[in-house]
Write a protein that binds this ligand. Structure first.
Ligand SMILES: NC(=O)c1ccc[n+]([C@@H]2O[C@H](COP(=O)([O-])OP(=O)(O)OC[C@H]3O[C@@H](n4cnc5c(N)ncnc54)[C@H](O)[C@@H]3O)[C@@H](O)[C@H]2O)c1
Length: 461
């Protein structure tokens, strides 16, 4: 692994001091986070409102940003003996939470306070304290088509003569918002759309633009938002498993317009656990015969996923991780015959408080069988909100980093996503700890600090 030789890591100071520190050249390449960061959220449902209310609660000192790496995480610099582990937000110039301004779109007219109350993730007392702020954030009319999300029917939608016209209306929304802030990032926190496969319309930008004019059914609303974002040079994150930017035309647009993108589908509960446990089994050469995962949840997301075509999109996204982590082609005796099953059951009494069960059939020395059971009583949006925030902040950082802004896919953000996106021909890295190392080394790299390889032989010289 190449390391940047621009002096000793010990000299790397937190970002605030970097300009007067020893690493000027590299650090100054990352533009500072000056002024307001506008965050445009598509879909003001459970995750989005929990993120927005959470940011405001943290700004007011009412709560801590638990679960957010950008707010609470540290990064080790230099040798273990250097004892230098600043907060990530002090090392890289990340936008301050006080500088974030939220806006968004939804198919329902509810303001963020009403939507948060409906989602019922945060308690009424907390929401009441935040009501004056949250009530002021009102959604703009959405681009929506029931064909792609069959379980929802909202009336707060744009009308246009074709999909290009709708994209132009979104671009006008973005341009108007840009006048009020200094930088903009867009994040999809909207519903899961029906399962779509890439077709000819997704191959090139030209084909895509013709498809917008001809109302090609291969172009879902999420892609109209992503197209509008990228044409305006706005980074785009995708919290759902929708196809959206995972097609050649969008990757090209992202590069051309310096609008960074990353993979899809927030990695929150069950898949998060899978990408921790599966690498552990593999590291110890423990075999796996079956992995049965089932969930009950009762929020609107659960209702949408109750529809088989939307569930298929989610299922594909959730299934991928094990196959890639276990590499059955390298370990046929251990992983070539795994039965992997995923179920999501809509169960209204639970609301956002999802319960997940995993039964894992494993085998060890001489093939003797064992079992592992996990029962995860989680809160879906409590896990997802800090991920959404971190993605927004890191994509804004990527946009301000010359080395990253025009490369398209930000693979270093795979850490947060069930379906990481990669350059063509590369398999995605799902192992959470490799992803974490990749993310932190990318931050060290853009700030001109030495990468950490964990070799550690220098301590024994
Ligand atoms: N909560 C989690 O842990 C988690 C994890 C991974 C992925 N996700 C995904 O994140 C997304 C949001 O989840 P949620 O729990 O907030 O769902 P939700 O149903 O509470 O919110 C989605 C919102 O998007 C709106 N919407 C749908 N289509 C839209 C469009 N075209 N334009 C504008 N708004 C639109 C809906 O009206 C709704 O308000 C879902 O796709 C979900 O699968 C959630």
């Amino acid at each position: 692994m190449a390391t940047k030789k621009k002096g000793g890591a010990k000299k790397v100071a937190p970002a605030a001091k970097v300009s007067s520190g020893g690493r000027k050249t590299a650090a100054l390449l990352v533009e500072p986070a000056k002024g307001k960061l506008g965050v445009m959220v598509v879909g003001l449902g459970a995750v989005a409102t929990t993120m927005i209310a959470g940011v405001e609660a943290v700004r007011r000192g009412l709560a801590k940003p638990i679960g957010s790496l950008t707010q609470m995480g540290t990064i080790r610099l230099g040798k273990r003996t250097d004892n230098l582990s600043p907060l990530i937000k002090d090392f890289v110039p990340i936008a301050d939470l006080n500088d974030i301004v939220f806006t968004g779109w939804d198919i329902f007219e509810d303001n963020v306070y009403e939507a948060a109350a409906h989602a019922a993730v945060l308690d009424a007392e907390t929401l009441k304290k935040l009501k004056p702020y949250l009530s002021k954030i009102k959604p703009m009319p959405a681009v929506f088509d029931r064909h792609y999300v069959k379980r929802l029917d909202g009336k707060h939608v744009k009308k246009g003569k074709n999909k290009l016209d709708l994209a132009e209306q979104l671009r006008a929304d973005i341009r108007a918002f840009k006048k009020t802030v200094n930088r903009v990032v867009m994040i999809w926190c909207g519903s899961t759309e029906i399962f779509l496969k890439p077709t000819a319309v997704h191959k090139t930008i030209e084909a895509f633009e013709q498809g917008l004019v001809k109302n090609d059914p291969g172009i879902a609303p999420s892609q109209i938002y992503a197209y509008a974002a990228m044409k305006e040079g706005v980074p785009f994150a995708n919290g759902a498993p929708n196809l959206t930017v995972d097609v050649p035309a969008m990757i090209e647009l992202s590069k051309q317009n310096a609008a960074p993108i990353c993979g899809k589908d927030f990695k929150t509960g069950q898949t998060f656990m899978k990408t921790v446990l599966a690498p552990a089994f593999k590291a110890r050469m423990i075999g796996v015969k079956g992995w049965f995962s089932t969930n009950i949840l009762g929020n609107r997301d659960g209702e949408v996923l109750d529809e088989p075509k939307s569930f298929k999109t989610k299922e594909e996204s959730k299934l991928g991780s094990l196959e890639y982590i276990f590499q059955p082609e390298l370990y046929p005796d251990l992983y070539s015959d795994i039965y992997h099953k995923i179920r999501i059951n809509y169960y209204p009494p639970r609301g956002d408080e999802k319960e997940a069960w995993d039964n894992i059939d494993i085998f060890g020395w001489l093939g003797y069988p064992m079992q592992l059971k996990i029962n995860f009583l989680c809160r879906d949006s409590i896990l997802a909100a800090p991920i959404a925030l971190d993605l927004v902040l890191f994509l804004d950082l990527a946009k301000r980093t010359p080395e990253l802004r025009s490369i398209g896919i930000q693979e270093w953000l795979s850490f947060y996503l069930k379906s990481p996106q990669t350059a063509q021909g590369l398999y995605p890295e799902h192992d959470l700890f490799i992803q974490s190392m990749k993310l932190k080394n990318t931050l060290r790299h853009i700030m001109g600090a030495d990468l950490i390889t964990h070799l550690g032989l220098e301590y024994y010289d």
